[in-house]
Ligand binder design. Structure first.
Ligand code: SF4
Ligand code: SF4
Length: 254
């Protein structure tokens, strides 16, 4: 509506259209910051006015509340991320909000530099969080599905302590070599090919590649139960390659 009405707003804005604000993933926001954006604004339909049953604008709101806390955790000013709800007919409001946000971001200054974070350090921090997005979404899935009716509750959805714990108690996944039966199910299901192994080979998770999505834990048949969650302690070193050939007990006897 702003464009059709020839309304003026901050020229630094780059618009990315999505069919629903709920489509804006935590990963997209982190990527925008990683690509040098100084601020990210998400415009969604008014809450409780969704045309569908999905109410994706609540999802977007929860994601923003979570991301703002994560930004605080890594030393970024959370005001660089904002969400507002409005209808497509509210062009004047959109133009006003965008100009206001643009001015705020300009005053804050460049991302990272203004917060005293070196560019390389900032890239590394954002990359580390981006790698953990599947884990974060899985651990916080209940809260990310909340429907907060009262804006006064927004601040309390994710607390600073909770986010500090989220990062200090990151869960790692490990395949217990004595339990793995080399069925290869986990390796086929891993979305990032972090599991090495093959036929009759005890499988191993490459911790550097693993994005901690938990898929392998769910995929490993319960009768084997070879995938373990590890929190608060180091992951055992991988079994040496020369010891990965699986010796089945029945064959051993024969
Ligand atoms: S948790 Fe398992 S399935 Fe997920 S990335 Fe790591 S090794 Fe792959
Ligand atoms: S699914 Fe379980 S038993 Fe099968 S290869 Fe993976 S860890 Fe081993």
């Amino acid at each position: 509506m702003s464009g059709v009405s020839r309304l003026q707003y901050t020229t630094e804005t780059r618009l990315i259209r999505v069919m629903c604000s709920g489509r804006v993933d935590l990963e997209f926001v982190l990527r925008a910051f990683s690509n040098g954006m100084d601020g990210v604004f998400i415009g969604g339909c008014r809450l409780n006015e969704c045309n569908y049953i999905t109410h994706g604008n609540y999802d977007a709101l929860n994601m923003v509340l979570l991301c703002r806390r994560i930004m605080e955790h890594i030393g970024l000013n959370p005001e660089r991320l904002r969400i507002e709800f409005m209808t497509s007919a509210e062009g004047i409001l959109f133009a006003e909000v965008m100009s206001e946000f643009g001015n705020e971001i300009r005053e804050l200054g460049p991302l990272g530099t203004a917060e005293g974070i070196e560019p390389d350090e900032l890239k590394a921090k954002l990359a580390e969080v981006a790698k953990l997005v599947p884990y974060i979404k899985r651990v916080k899935n209940e809260k990310l599905a909340s429907r907060l009716e009262n804006p006064e509750d927004y601040d309390a959805l994710f607390t600073r302590d909770e986010i500090d714990r989220l990062f200090s108690e990151v869960i790692s996944y490990y395949i217990a070599p004595e339990k793995c039966q080399a069925c290869m199910i986990c390796a086929r299901r891993c979305p990032v090919e972090a599991i090495t192994g093959g036929k009759n080979q005890i499988h191993v998770i490459e911790q550097e590649i693993c994005i901690k999505c938990g898929t392998c834990l769910e995929a490993c048949p319960t009768r084997f139960g070879a995938v373990m969650e590890i929190a608060g302690e180091p992951v055992p070193p991988p079994i040496p390659e020369e010891e990965r050939m699986l010796v089945r007990k029945d064959k051993e006897k024969g």
